[in-house]
Ligand binder design. Structure first.
Ligand code: ARG
Length: 603
């Protein structure tokens, strides 16, 4: 099913081609003057230049060709040669009925589906989440849903950070605090052993408490740091006691994180960790050696990825700027023999190839890691593990506090996902009370709504910006039921739901759409624009295109609802308008769902 904009675009392009003008000039866009036309084409100006003719003449010739098109009510020429198209009511009615009958609410699937992995969220064992993780989760979840909805086979992977230096720090800190656990770590001899009872005394709260202390001490105390590095290497070498303790850390963290993510409407298909790539590292390093890609760098093994003398300006400590070689090489094996962050990323590429063989991998990770991915991707291509363009990093700006710096809690700490959600929920409850919403509902239903309003507020505030843009955290604004906010959209959706419930209760049935009023025309034209918005969101990995569409759709619905009475209209008109309302609701809910936002039934 093609949308009207595309279908009319094809007709206009054919008319341009018939005049000997390049067809792509006949592009059609929504009209700047909706009061005069629905669509416009400005190509006659460029075509005239190419053909050495008068633009109005070209426009007139195109208009003449289009004049017989039964889909159009009128074709007019304005100004120096703009072509204005007004679609016939019957065409809009047909399109509305087609969208109403379409389970995909008017959006086309991709022509050739691909296997895609979205690597997003990127939480770590013990290390607290920061705003980068929040945005990675919100944006990645939406991209995953958009890709899946358009028909690709998609896996969302958390790429759990469970294999780095922080693990050695934690193992040491727990051993220091619990002599009995330390003794077990020394004595266990089977890495697959059941987790000893004693380990269960260490809860997530303990890891949260111990990690910052250990990390701070590791920075100041070289002996402490060396021991943590040694324990990290022990873990990576599968020393049984370390490995079993680590399994416990990973389990308690993962359960809690999955619960917090779920509360935010973020659910990963895979919780694969950096550790899952571990078994592939030794053979991979051997293969890279055999391919001659590894070179020595003061005892470490690295892959050089710069191409013929590429450089980048780099500011030195004394302020001078030099042309530094760019990018840095990939550190594969450290001088202590450990695998690094990039090593696990490279091995993970192999692992994914083996188990899923993706056409495309989208890494939705903080912009600050752009260099890291550039290095890893180049190394992967050199090693023949990936092809150019197959791996893509999409970065994003930060969510800032009022001070313009990456958002911190009032206490100055990094944000905990759970606390953030709690904060948003409190605000949502307050807002609901203020607006007198949900008052008569049972407590658990009210809580469910507050949770949905909170998630909608946080996610829509994030996703309405292009991901590269930074924005300021402002919970008051995000949770408002007015303006361009998530709660406003939920409120609109709930309004339609309650209208449809009332209609059902009164036995009013929906029927074929017949478009007549301007507000009806506007609503159908907006419904028609869904596919284009979704395609843009998909192509550019830019959920904001879809957020914008959801907002426009709610506004168009609102105007329609104000201008076109439904329940009091004559039966046929009522049936038509009920279908329009139900279709708008379905498309709005679909768009919101693709943004990762769930809609309550009532408020
Ligand atoms: N755990 C990492 C961090 O906190 C993010 C992981 C991103 N994904 C990846 N494949 N490296 O910075």
């Amino acid at each position: 099913m093609s949308d009207l904009k595309r279908a009319l675009g094809e007709a206009v392009q054919a008319a341009f081609a018939a005049l000997g003008a390049p067809p792509e000039l006949g592009r059609v866009t929504p009209s700047d003057r909706p009061d005069l036309a629905d669509f416009q084409s400005n190509g006659a100006l460029a075509a005239a230049k190419r053909l050495g003719k008068n633009p109005r003449e070209i426009a007139a010739a195109v208009a003449e060709t289009l004049a017989g098109d039964p889909r159009l009510a009128s074709v007019e020429i304005a100004g120096p040669g703009f072509i204005n198209l007004k679609v016939a009511d019957a065409t809009l009615s047909d399109r509305a009925n087609a969208i109403a009958a379409d389970p995909r609410a008017g959006a086309d699937p991709v022509v050739s589906p691909r296997r895609v992995i979205v690597d997003y969220g990127g939480p770590n064992v013990a290390k607290p989440m920061h705003v980068g993780h929040l945005r990675a989760s919100i944006i990645g979840e939406s991209i995953k849903r958009i890709y899946r909805f358009r028909g690709d086979e998609v896996v969302g992977d958390a790429h759990f950070g469970d294999w780095g230096y922080q693990m050695g720090l934690l193992i040491g800190a727990v051993m220091d605090e619990h002599p009995d656990i330390a003794a077990l770590v020394e004595s266990l001899d089977d890495e697959a052993a059941a987790i000893p009872e004693a380990f269960h005394r260490v809860a997530l709260a303990d890891l949260d408490r111990l990690y910052p202390q250990a990390a701070a001490r590791g920075k100041q105390d070289p002996a402490y740091r060396d021991r943590a590095r040694k324990l990290t290497a022990d873990l990576q070498n599968h020393r049984p006691g370390c490995y079993v303790l680590w399994r416990h850390f990973r389990d308690v963290t993962q359960v809690a994180l999955a619960r917090d993510f779920h509360a935010l409407g973020v659910d990963f298909d895979w919780w694969k960790g950096e550790s899952d790539a571990d078994a592939l590292i030794a053979p991979m390093v051997a293969e890279l050696e055999a391919k001659g890609l590894l070179v020595d760098d003061q005892g470490a093994r690295i892959i050089r990825v710069d191409r013929n003398g590429e450089t980048r300006p780099k500011k030195l400590a004394d302020g001078t700027v030099i042309a530094a070689p760019y990018p840095d090489p990939l550190l594969v094996v450290s001088s202590e023999g450990s695998a690094m962050y990039g090593t696990t990323d490279l091995a993970t590429i192999l692992d994914r190839k083996r188990v899923f063989d993706p056409h495309h991998v989208i890494y939705c990770v903080d912009q600050r890691q752009a260099d890291h991915f550039e290095i890893v991707f180049r190394a992967a291509c050199l090693a023949g593990y990936a092809t150019e363009g197959q791996l893509e990093h999409i970065g994003f700006g930060t969510m800032n506090g009022a001070d313009g710096k990456p958002f911190k809690t009032r206490e100055g700490g990094v944000l905990k996902l759970n606390d953030l959600i709690e904060m948003a929920r409190n605000k949502a409850r307050e807002r609901l009370h203020e607006a007198g919403l949900g008052e008569n509902l049972p407590a658990d239903a009210f809580e469910d709504i507050a949770g949905k309003v909170a998630v909608a507020a946080l996610k829509f505030a994030d996703l309405q910006n292009f991901r590269g843009t930074s924005y300021v955290f402002d919970l008051d604004r995000f949770t408002s039921f007015e303006g361009k906010t998530g709660p406003y959209l939920l409120y609109q959706a709930v309004r339609v739901k309650s209208l449809l419930r009332r209609a059902a209760a009164e036995g009013a049935e929906a029927g074929l759409v017949t478009v007549a009023e301007p507000a009806e025309r506007d609503l159908v034209l907006t419904l028609d624009a869904f596919d284009a918005a979704l395609t843009e969101a998909y192509d550019k990995k830019a959920p904001n295109a879809l957020a914008e569409h959801a907002y426009r759709l709610s506004q168009a619905f609102s105007r329609f609802y104000a201008a076109c009475p439904i329940m009091t209209a004559a039966p046929e008109t009522r049936a038509s308008r009920l279908t329009m309302a139900a279709t708008a609701l379905r498309q709005l809910e679909t768009a919101l769902d693709l943004l990762g936002i769930a809609t309550p039934e009532r408020m």
